[in-house]
Ligand binder design. Sequence first.
Ligand SMILES: Cc1cc2nc3c(=O)[nH]c(=O)nc-3n(C[C@H](O)[C@H](O)[C@H](O)COP(=O)(O)OP(=O)(O)OC[C@H]3O[C@@H](n4cnc5c(N)ncnc54)[C@H](O)[C@@H]3O)c2cc1C
Length: 368
Amino acid sequence: MTALSPHVPSAAALDPEAVLAQIGKIAATDLSAWARAIDEGTYPATLMHRFADAGAFGLHLGEGNRLGAAIEGMSRISEVCTSTGFMAWCQNTLVWYLINSENAAARAKYLAAAAGGHVLGGTALSNPMKSFFGIETLKLKGTRVEGGYKVKGILPWVSNLGPDHFFGAIFAVDGAEPVMALIDCADPAVTLKPCEPFLAMDGTGTYAVQVRDLFVPDEMVLAHEAMGFVKKMRAGFILLQAGMAVGLMRDCIAMMREVEGPLGHVNRYLEVQPDQMAETLADMEAEVAALCETPFDPSPDYWRRVVGARLLAGEKSVEAAHNAMLHCGARGYVRAHRCQRRLREAYFVAIVTPATKQLRLMLDQMPA
Ligand SMILES: Cc1cc2nc3c(=O)[nH]c(=O)nc-3n(C[C@H](O)[C@H](O)[C@H](O)COP(=O)(O)OP(=O)(O)OC[C@H]3O[C@@H](n4cnc5c(N)ncnc54)[C@H](O)[C@@H]3O)c2cc1C
C-alpha cells in the first residue's frame, strides 16, 4: 500500500471530462490487471488512492448537478470490476454525506480529505435504511454525553474499511431522534472483524464492526436529526448506485458482442440480444440522468421514480449478466473468464441496500 496522498483536489480544479478520461485509463490498465485478484479477496488500497488522485471522489463537489459525472466515473470503474465500483460508491457516498452535512466543523475537517482519498471509508446505512421502513431496529445505540455521544453496537457488514478508515453511521438515542455521525476505525473502541467469504465482493474491505462505548465528538456528527438528513440526501445515495449497474451492463453487452463472430449463428436464437440490452441500458441511463438534475426534489412522484430506477438497475444487472452467460456459453463458464464474475457481481447490485425486496416493499407502501 502506498502512503496516503496529500493531494486534495478542489471542486474548482476538477474538469469532469479530464477526470473521467483518467478514470477510464486507470480502469482499462491497472484495474483490469487486478480485477481477478480483487474478486479473490485483495483490497486494492493503492488503486483506490490512484482513483482518488485522478479526482474520482470529488466529481460531485461543487455547484449544480454533479451527480451524473460521479455516476459516470463509477460506471467506468464498474465496467471492469464491480467490486471496485462498489468501493468507489462507498467512498463517494461518504463524500455525499459530508457535502450535505450542516456541521461546518465536520465539513472543514473531513470533506476535502475524503474527496481527495486522504481519508478512505464508507457507509453503514443498510441497517438504518431498513429500520426506517420497519424491516429491523437500529443496531447502534448512543447516549448523549458532554461534547458528543457514547455509542455501542455491532454492524454485520461495512465495506471499504481498513484500520485507518472512516464510515458514516446512524445510532438510536433514548428520548431523542437518531443521530448520524462519522466513526473512526482507528479508535480503540472500534473492532473490525473479518466476514465469512462471500459469493463475490471479497476484496471490498468488508467487515463486521463492533463498537464498544465509543466517544463520538460533536465535530464528527453529520446530523443531530438523522431522519431529516437521510430524507434530504437519500435520492443521491440511491442514484449514485446506478454506476455499478451501468458499468456492469456495458460489459455484459460487450461480452455478448465479443462472441457474435464465432457463435452468432446460434446465439441469435436466444431471447435477449445485445442491441435490445443496449436499448434498455440507454433508457435506464436517460432516466437516471434526468433524476440527477434535481436530487433534492421532495415530491413523492420524484421519490417513486428514484426507487423505480434503483429497482430496475438491480433487475437489469442480473438480466444482463444472465444473458451474457447464455451468449458466452462454456467460454464464460471457465473460472478465468470475467463472465461468471459479472454474474456473481450482478446479484450484489440486486441485494445491496436498498435490496430488490425492500424496494418492492417501499413501492408497495407509497401512495398510488
Ligand atoms: C459483500 C457485502 C458488502 C456489504 N457492504 C455494506 C456496507 O458497506 N454498508 C452497509 O450498511 N451494508 C453493507 N452490506 C449489507 C447489504 O447492504 C444488505 O443489507 C445485505 O446484503 C442484506 O440485505 P437484505 O435487505 O437482503 O436483508 P436480509 O439478508 O433479508 O436480512 C438481513 C438481516 O439478516 C441478518 N443476517 C442475515 N445473514 C447474516 C449473516 N451472515 N451475518 C449476520 N447477520 C445476518 C442480519 O440481522 C441482517 O440485518 C453488505 C453486504 C454484503 C453481502
